[in-house]
Design a protein around this ligand. Structure first.
Ligand SMILES: Cc1ncc(C[n+]2csc(CCOP(=O)(O)OP(=O)(O)O)c2C)c(N)n1
Ligand SMILES: [Mg+2]
Length: 572
């Protein structure tokens, strides 16, 4: 192996990434990765955001890949740098987001001997990656170069499907790390091999999972026989096209109980949209509504009440992984959901009897009205601030909703709209939300991120990464003085107030405006829903991040919910 061979090796890795469809590579600094970074810079065709902290870099890459559906590569140096990719890889693995983690490594002769910045990187990401490839140290042979190209093509294909997700490519590299040109006949011959390989087109179309026809027929028969059916949808990827699901619901006469993150919360002819199902007792309270058949898709709904459906005949439409956290599904159709729904539409007749859906329409109208009045009653709630922000968004904006209370509140207050809503429901962490929302700006539209104050404090490193946002990014911090979701858990009463505040609420005592300002990021405090609306509207006129700090009541989310339930129950 010579420096020139290693340079060709790196050029081929990078060139093949591009040839296989990768458009962006998030780079973090380091020395061992020099050949890769030099090749990335020389190639010139990839977008190369640079983010210092690998944890934020990986979340940034996750945000791009999740919002665009296109695999994103990321490159870092060896050692603990590579370990910082793990949280985003966990989310990508659970949520099915295509990422290619390329970690530079020391060559075999420097392993297991105390060499600096050297750890065992093989298998670092465990079962969270779809595949892990060890490229081995560069070798000057035509077969080895063909294998490099094949491995990178394979890695990108594995990231795309049939079960999209992260992959790991470990790349041992030797000193000297700086690029060198071929100077011997052998090296020039290998350069010809690389050129020839690059000339050959790649046809590596990833396989797609399609649900078994027998399963689809069985479900079609069940739908045809049962007028009292519903569609219930948790979070789906922002690239999901829900038209086929809505068309099926329209044909079957089934109401659609859609979470904001399902991409199904938009008006469609013939569909009864039940956006407030989180406020409806899906169990015994409203017998008129009790379904006999449930079609479920997406991540587990955040509304705890959905498990009241456990005893009902329930079919899960799962894109690529088994989804039945209650272990009570009667049917599981794993495969492309759109294709499944299109086929179901062909197999069933349009239903005339719409009585069951009308009962839901009435309940939905009542709960929607109750929420409007509750919002007026609680202007200092998370919901009022969030509603104000959502209402000023242009139609093409993306909305990313943080976990904990925001992901629950959004179901109460978001109106049917064309907005794509991004939720981080793979591992449902409060981590990396700022960095991943900044990545989502790569879809080319403005982004609104709504997150809690603890979540904001958790991703202060992500705030640095947010400076790489390509479009306006409004970061709305709902500051209710700590992790207020825990106030709704039994521990809130079981622990002493001091213990509860210290170990659960963990108020960060961070001033988001001061922190953002110190980083050179625009920031403003908003003390009312009207101020939030004005701040978000203004933020969307500036490329890059703006932090908006909204102090809300520590009991706001609970107050809003209880008032809405009360009004919905009594003012029919
Ligand atoms: C990475 C990670 N660490 C810890 C948790 C556990 N957790 C869930 S909610 C929460 C508090 C979030 O507080 P905040 O962002 O202020 O939202 P709020 O509950 O006030 O809406 C914590 C620590 C988690 N989900 N993910
Ligand atoms: Mg909070």
């Amino acid at each position: 192996m010579t420096a020139a061979v290693q340079t060709l090796w790196a050029e081929l890795i990078v060139g093949t990434l591009v040839d296989a469809g990768v458009a962006t590579c998030v780079v973090s600094p380091g020395s061992r990765s020099t050949p890769l970074v030099a090749a990335l810079a020389a190639d010139g065709r990839l977008e190369l955001p640079t983010i210092i902290d690998e944890r934020a870099a990986a979340f940034f890459a996750l945000g791009i890949a999740r919002a665009t559906g296109v695999p994103v590569a990321m490159v870092c140096t060896s050692g603990s740098a590579a370990a910082h990719y793990l949280p985003a890889i966990v989310e990508a693995g659970e949520a099915g987001v295509p990422l290619i983690a390329i970690t530079a490594n020391r060559p075999p002769e420097l392993q297991h001997c105390g060499a600096s910045q050297t750890i065992d990187q093989l298998g670092l990401y465990g079962s969270f990656v779809r595949a892990a490839y060890d490229l081995g140290a560069p070798v000057g042979s035509a077969l080895a170069l063909r294998a490099v190209r094949r491995t990178i093509v394979q890695a990108v294909a594995m990231a795309r499907g049939p079960r999209p997700g992260p992959v790991h490519v470990d790349v041992p590299l030797r000193k000297p790390l700086e690029p060198a040109s071929p100077s011997t006949d052998d090296e020039r011959g290998l350069a010809d091999v690389v050129r020839e390989l690059r000339r050959r087109p790649i046809h590596a179309h990833e396989p797609r999972l399609v649900a078994a026809p027998a399963g689809i027929s069985a479900l079609a028969a069940a739908i045809a026989a049962e007028p009292r059916g519903i569609v219930i949808a948790g979070a789906m990827p922002p690239t999901f096209d829900g038209e086929a699901v809505l068309a099926l619901a329209a044909r079957a006469g089934y109401p659609v109980l859609a979470e904001a993150g399902s991409q199904l919360r938009r008006p469609r002819d013939g569909v009864v949209a039940v956006d407030h199902f989180a406020l409806v007792d899906l169990g015994a309270r409203v017998p008129d509504l009790a379904p006999k058949l449930v079609l479920q898709l997406g991540a587990e709904p955040v509304a705890a009440g959905w498990s009241a459906l456990a005893s009902v005949d329930r079919w899960v439409l799962a894109d690529h992984a088994w989804r039945d956290p209650d272990s009570s599904a009667t049917g599981m159709l794993v495969g492309d959901i759109r294709a499944t729904c299109e086929r179901l539409c062909e197999l069933i007749a349009a239903r005339d009897d719409r009585g069951y859906a009308s009962a839901w329409r009435d309940v939905e109208a009542r709960m929607a009205g109750a929420v409007e009045r509750a919002l007026v009653a609680h202007p200092r709630s998370e919901g009022a601030a969030m509603r104000a922000a959502l209402d000023v968004l242009p139609a093409n904006a993306l909305v990313q909703i943080g976990n904990s209370l925001p992901i629950r509140v959004v179901d109460h207050v978001s109106r049917a709209s064309a907005h794509v809503v991004i939720a981080q429901r793979g591992a449902a962490g409060i981590d990396g939300l700022i960095a991943s929302a900044a990545g989502a700006t790569y879809r080319g539209a403005p982004v609104l991120l709504v997150l809690g104050d603890v979540s904001f404090a958790h991703d202060l490193g992500g705030l640095l990464a947010a400076r790489a946002a390509k479009t306006p990014l409004a970061i709305l911090v709902l500051d209710n003085g700590g992790g207020r979701i825990f106030g709704g858990l039994p521990i809130a009463k079981a622990a002493t107030p001091t213990t509860f505040e210290r170990f659960f609420v963990t108020e960060p005592h961070v001033d988001p405006v001061a922190v953002a300002t110190a980083l050179g990021i625009r920031a403003v405090a908003a003390t009312s829903p009207a101020a939030v609306a004005a701040a978000v509207a203004d933020a969307l006129t500036h490329t890059g991040p703006t932090v908006i700090h909204a102090v809300v009541s520590p009991t706001g989310a609970r107050d809003l919910r209880l008032t809405a339930l009360e009004l919905g129950a009594t003012h029919g």
